[in-house]
Design a protein. Structure first.
Length: 253
């Protein structure tokens, strides 16, 4: 009886340690370049882990990172805050696709096996229903911006509103070039744009991806937004004008 008790105690400790390790290793897709079939993954956790056995899924097509992709930069033995970029020729549809990151084991239809998810260009693609069941995506939503795409959250947020267009040097003029101040703010958020010439629309999202404020105004009129009724915390504001858009973070004190 004593031997069984010791064995159970050791097993419980090891299992708890395993769960803690898994929880601390949070891997997220942070960049997607459909035209070049490249995907960047970041470790938001606190421990180093080899993700070579992890799998990518796009429109029911699957690739194991170590054996079916090519590492472009970084290492699959991913340290905290480090990134790795992989490529898989012909993997991503340039126009519309889903993209899921999966654990080394488990069914692709299992929410427990899915680590991360995003989709662009359309909804209801591939494994969207799995991501919805897991609670990391909202049904019918997708990233509708011009590719390539970059995740702008802190690792704890999910949803299309936490994805933005990757702006290179040649793309900078397509940005609104926003100046957001004061940041942090107690009540009023001032916005100045150096590169727009029409009506503006804005949306403010909390860290869970819920839209809390939205509105529109002519460019000359949109200078101040009253955020005094918001709870303390981190928010994202997305501002659009024609084909230009930009997303910024701000803190409500």
């Amino acid at each position: 009886m004593k031997t069984n008790y010791i064995f159970k105690a050791i097993f419980t400790l090891l299992f708890t340690a395993f769960l803690s390790f898994q929880a601390s290793a949070q891997f997220r897709i942070v960049e997607v370049h459909p035209s070049t079939d490249t995907v960047t993954i970041k470790n938001f956790g606190a421990t180093t882990q080899d993700i070579g056995a992890y799998r990518l899924c796009a429109m029911f097509s699957y690739r194991t990172l170590a054996s079916e992709t090519t590492v472009i930069t970084g290492l699959l033995n991913l340290a905290p805050n480090a990134e790795v970029t992989v490529s898989a020729s012909g993997f991503l549809n340039d126009t519309a696709s889903d993209l899921g990151l999966y654990l080394p084991t488990g069914s692709f239809g299992s929410p427990a096996a899915m680590e991360d998810f995003m989709q662009y260009g359309g909804s209801g693609i591939g494994r969207e229903s799995v991501a919805v069941s897991k609670g990391i995506w909202t049904a019918g939503t997708f990233v509708s911006l011009t590719p390539p795409y970059a995740y702008i959250g802190s690792g704890a947020q999910n949803g299309f509103q936490f994805w933005e267009t990757v702006l290179g040097i040649n793309d900078f003029n397509s940005s609104l070039r926003l100046n957001l101040y004061p940041n942090p703010t107690n009540s009023l958020l001032n916005i100045k744009s150096e590169n727009n010439g029409g009506n503006l629309t804005f949306q403010i999202f909390d860290i869970l991806g819920k839209q809390v404020i939205n509105g529109s105004a002519h460019s000359e009129d949109l200078s101040t937004i009253d955020v005094s009724n918001l709870e303390h915390g981190l928010y994202l504001i997305k501002i659009s004008s024609g084909d230009k858009n930009e997303t910024k973070r701000f803190i409500k004190n």
